[in-house]
Design a protein around this ligand. Structure first.
Ligand code: NI
Length: 156
């Protein structure tokens, strides 16, 4: 297990456009494993490569139904609407209210570089939108509808 340092808001790597993956190699496989390890360790539901300082179009998500790996993902359908709390491992201790589509379809590649479609509703749709935006250098806070709030310290 290899953990990588999560970059935080203010780090300019989070504002850059990521490059498409054209072929799978060992380096990229290791990156995917490290993204998953780092996401689980931080108890997040998603993590994108630029959040660990790598400008590649790769992200991972797990909303509780097992890991999803996204490579060159692209939203091809969106419908419905949901308004709710959203946070980001790169903006620790904060959350905001953000409106997202309630359902999305995403065209992506698998780790074997095969085309597939991932469909998500609710939290998964939110995570898909959020992570894909990281690959275009965008943070969710620009969509905050009622300011940025502090997450209250959880009691033991
Ligand atoms: Ni994020």
């Amino acid at each position: 297990m290899a953990l990588r340092k999560i970059r935080e808001m203010g780090d300019e790597v989070l504002t850059k456009q990521c490059k498409e993956i054209t072929k799978m190699n060992l380096r990229t496989k290791l990156l995917i494993n490290d993204l998953l390890d780092t996401m689980y360790k931080a108890a997040g539901v998603g993590l994108a490569a630029p959040q660990v300082g790598v400008l590649k179009r790769i992200a991972v998500i797990d909303v509780g139904d097992g890991p999803i790996v996204l490579i060159n993902p692209e939203i091809i359908e969106r419908d419905g609407e949901q308004t709710g709390e959203e946070g980001c491992l790169s903006v620790p201790g904060k959350y905001a209210i953000v409106t997202r589509p309630n359902h999305v379809k995403v065209k992506t590649l698998t780790e074997n570089m095969e085309e597939t479609v991932v469909e998500g509703e609710g939290l998964l749709a939110r995570a898909l939108c959020h992570e894909i935006e990281h690959l275009d250098g965008k943070l969710y806070i620009r969509l905050a509808e009622d300011g940025i709030h502090d997450v209250e310290d959880e009691k033991e």
